[in-house]
Design a binder for this molecule. Structure first.
Ligand SMILES: CCCCCCCC/C=C\CCCCCCCC(=O)SCCNC(=O)CCNC(=O)[C@H](O)C(C)(C)COP(=O)(O)O
Ligand SMILES: Nc1ncnc2c1ncn2[C@@H]1O[C@H](COP(=O)(O)O)[C@@H](OP(=O)(O)O)[C@H]1O
Length: 259
């Protein structure tokens, strides 16, 4: 069963499930065992290559995958116009569809950047306000910049950036994959999709599963319970705005989206 065929509401339940599974495992595994495992098992360390590539460079990974899925949707939706008899659809409407969809995806990208910027502004300032800082003596108020400066982000209430970030970027891709799967199914286009596109979509889903794995590790081995729960809740900021708030505001939807 392809997860992307499930309704977005069902897909969005994946992340609380990962959180609570991790919280359960974290509760049944002793702190000594968790500490021993983090020291001995490479994939549980903060410096592991999967965390470095898919979390710390997650924005680049996400941008590549989002650009692919967006381009695919723009192509397939305007391509469907080409399949219709020209007396129904003229070239202008095909170009018009492409322009509208391009605008929609540029807006979605900007919204993701802006919403994550606000989320991490909140996370980092709560950390600072609760006594946290970048050590040694770093003046930065950003966890990301602190890490870039080689500092240690210590001492405050540290809402999980991994849960906030990876849940947001994953849900955007899951919902776009759902829109694509639903459209190709409705238009009976599956047989017309070449194997390279199908293989590329599998790569997108593999990355989504890698992000799920990272979040399970986060939930078992890192942070306090409340830091993870709040991080997971903040993980719904982008999908709520992009796929619920705007689509349910007709004027905003017509201004910002294609249809
Ligand atoms: C017309 C459409 C309307 C759109 C709305 C306005 C659009 C305007 C666009 C932008 C507005 C200005 C916003 C400024 C953006 C400046 C660029 C940024 O700073 S975006 C950065 C957001 N932050 C992230 O993406 C953080 C990613 N997080 C990480 O990489 C973290 O290191 C980690 C989560 C992987 C690990 O966290 P840590 O706590 O362990 O360090
Ligand atoms: N799945 C995971 N794998 C490895 N390290 C993780 C992780 N989830 C969180 N961490 C580490 O836990 C710390 C806080 O993460 P976050 O706030 O993003 O949830 C970060 O370590 P550092 O403090 O060494 O950067 C981060 O790398």
């Amino acid at each position: 069963m392809k997860l992307s065929l499930l309704p977005p509401l069902i897909i969005s339940l994946i992340y609380p499930c990962i959180l609570f599974l991790g919280l359960f495992l974290s509760a049944v595994i002793s702190d000594e065992t968790k500490s021993y495992q983090k020291d001995r098992i490479y994939l549980l360390r903060s410096s592991n290559i999967i965390n470095e590539i898919f979390a710390y460079n997650g924005n680049l990974v996400w941008f590549i995958l989002f650009s692919f899925v967006a381009s695919l949707q723009i192509y397939i939706r305007s391509h469907t116009f080409i399949l219709l008899p020209h007396d129904i659809v003229d070239v202008d409407s095909k170009e018009n569809v492409r322009a509208k969809l391009l605008k929609e995806y540029m807006v979605k990208f900007l919204l993701k950047v802006f919403i994550l910027f606000v989320c991490f502004l909140i996370i980092d300032n709560i950390f600072i306000l609760t006594g946290g800082s970048c050590a040694p003596g770093g003046a930065t108020r950003s966890a990301e910049q602190c890490k870039a400066l080689g500092g240690d982000w210590l001492g405050g209430f540290d809402i999980s950036g991994h849960f906030c970030f990876l849940t947001n970027i994953s849900l955007i891709l899951w919902i776009e994959l759902h829109h694509y799967s639903k459209y190709t199914e409705e238009e009976e286009l599956q047989s017309r999709i070449n194997k390279w596109i199908k293989r590329s979509l599998i790569v997108v889903e593999v990355v989504l599963y890698i992000w799920m794995f990272l979040l399970l590790v986060t939930s078992i081995y890192y942070h306090t319970i409340l830091e993870k729960i709040l991080g997971c809740i903040m993980g719904y900021a982008c999908p709520l705005v992009m796929y619920w708030l705007i689509p349910n505001q007709p004027r905003m939807k017509s201004l910002l989206y294609a249809f």
